[in-house]
Design a protein. Structure first.
Length: 245
């Protein structure tokens, strides 16, 4: 398996869930991989799983100044970058009247502002050709209660798929996105979904189950590889049919 042989890749939020699974598949496909994470425990666990050849950077995805430090470490280790998977994000689910300014700002910082300035600061070291993949969400397309801010941040990323594609393709940089539905990752536990809530969620999915992180990671591998070199500004929905209802 060598679909990414010789490619240098950065995955944000690569210490768990979709990011960690994508890192494993990138390595299996021959890529040199760097990941970011914010939790010391998560970083150590990822190091054990991925091995010593992976560059692991502790970084807050919502801190604009920290994005330059990430870019500097990637440049020092790899010299340049061929693939960026913008995966780091948070899900803060509350009713409209339950949100405060701090929660609003944190969601947009981690899910939109940090990623935007990470892309900006990586531009000088992105190759021609290069691939950027954004992790968005079907929440931007469906009216799910309690998701107003989360959905708005993902809608912002979906807008960037098109605007950045138009702006960067002349530099050989393709921008595409995966748009997952409910995936069985630690996120569901972090936002407080118990077994009954997960059962109710699954009832809304025509496929009758949550997705597996590997099913999203395989799509990211496609977008990262030269197989998708004529695919620009696309969003691939991976939700078991949930958004079709």
């Amino acid at each position: 398996m060598s679909r990414l042989k010789g490619k240098r890749a950065l995955i944000t939020g690569g210490t768990s869930g979709i990011g960690l699974e994508t890192a494993k598949q990138f390595i299996a496909e021959g890529a040199r991989v760097a990941i970011t994470g914010s939790s010391t425990k998560g970083i150590e666990e990822a190091r054990t799983i991925l091995g010593k050849n992976v560059l692991i950077i502790q970084s807050d995805a919502g801190d604009v100044a920290a994005q330059k430090a990430v870019a500097d470490q990637v440049k020092q280790a790899f010299g340049g970058l061929d693939v960026l998977f913008v995966n780091a994000g948070i899900g803060d689910f509350r009713p409209v009247d339950g949100f405060d300014e701090a929660g609003f700002d944190r969601s947009f910082a981690v899910n939109v502002k940090g990623p935007y300035f990470l892309i900006q600061t990586l531009l000088p070291i992105l190759s021609n050709p290069a691939s950027i993949v954004l992790n968005t969400s079907i929440n931007a397309h469906i009216g799910m209660p309690m998701s107003s801010i989360y959905a708005a941040t993902k809608a912002a990323l979906q807008s960037l798929i098109r605007t950045l594609s138009g702006e960067l393709i002349g530099r050989g940089i393709r921008v595409n996105a995966v748009s997952p539905g409910p995936i069985a990752t630690p996120l569901h536990g972090k936002i407080g979904l118990d077994d009954a809530a997960i059962k109710g969620l699954v009832a809304q999915i025509p496929a009758g189950r949550r997705g597996d992180p590997s099913e999203v990671a395989k799509a990211v591998v496609f977008f990262a590889s030269d197989e998708s070199r004529f695919t620009i500004g696309a969003e691939l929905t991976i939700d078991g049919g949930m958004s079709t209802l």
